[in-house]
Design a protein around this ligand. Structure first.
Ligand code: MN3
Length: 235
């Protein structure tokens, strides 16, 4: 009994010393050898073929298993090269991304954008839009058809690779687009806010099925949008 008690006290004391040592170490490396990686590839919330015929199985497989995985791997490599006063979140990195390496901007954006992209699509799409989202869409765009038109227009005009966004700015929703893997949480974004929808308009997102016809991909994309997930992203 006595031994157990003193053993417990010893464990308690060493734990406190350990925590103290951690707090005084202000140059904390986010990825020390043996640590868990900063980012991990999330599983798709449905099968590769689940979004057929709108988005084909092979595109989903390559997009998730190869493209997204590469963003995760390269982000972890880039993070291992940096030191941080406190372990950052992906969102906190975006706030000062202009001061970070290009690799963190590109691959951090790639990881965030794709993690969101899988979630806001569903094979169980319906046209029912949750109340508070519908109110915000009607107030900002008149109706959902006008929102789709503006999004498709922004996505079509984005030269080269990038993303089209529906963003929440306080009570207002706005549409924008970004190049490469940038997003509206980044300090470099022209239009900032909370991302509710991001449509991937890199060719790797649609080329196998739609080739150069980005407009046809965009029209089809709205058949898989997950309005419940989009509404959950509102702040
Ligand atoms: Mn992509």
């Amino acid at each position: 009994m006595e031994n157990n008690q003193s053993r417990r006290n010893f464990i308690k004391a060493t734990t406190i010393i350990g925590a103290g040592a951690l707090l005084t170490n202000t140059k904390l490396n986010a990825l020390a050898p043996g640590d868990a990686p900063f980012a991990t590839l999330p599983a798709l919330p449905y099968d590769y073929a689940a979004l057929e015929p709108h988005i084909d199985m092979l595109t989903m497989q390559i997009h998730h298993d190869k493209h997204h995985k590469t963003y995760v791997d390269k982000l972890n490599e880039a993070m291992a090269k940096e030191t941080f006063a406190t372990p950052p979140t992906l969102e906190s990195l975006f706030e000062t991304v202009s001061t970070r390496s290009v690799a963190i901007r590109n691959h951090g954006g790639g990881h965030y954008n794709h993690s969101m992209f899988w979630q806001i699509m569903t094979p169980k799409h319906t046209d029912d839009i949750p109340g508070k989202l519908k109110v915000a869409i009607d107030a900002s765009f008149r109706n959902v058809d006008d929102l789709k038109k503006q999004m498709n227009d922004a996505a079509s005009k984005r030269f080269g690779s990038g993303w089209a966004w529906l963003i929440q700015q306080k009570d207002r929703l706005v549409v924008s687009s970004t190049p490469n893997q940038d997003n509206p949480l980044m300090d470099v974004a022209e239009v900032k806010g909370q991302p509710l929808i991001g449509i991937d308009v890199w060719e790797h997102a649609y080329y196998l099925k739609y080739q150069n016809k980005r407009g046809e991909y965009l029209d089809a994309w709205w058949n898989v949008v997950n309005w419940n997930e989009v509404a959950k992203r509102m702040r």
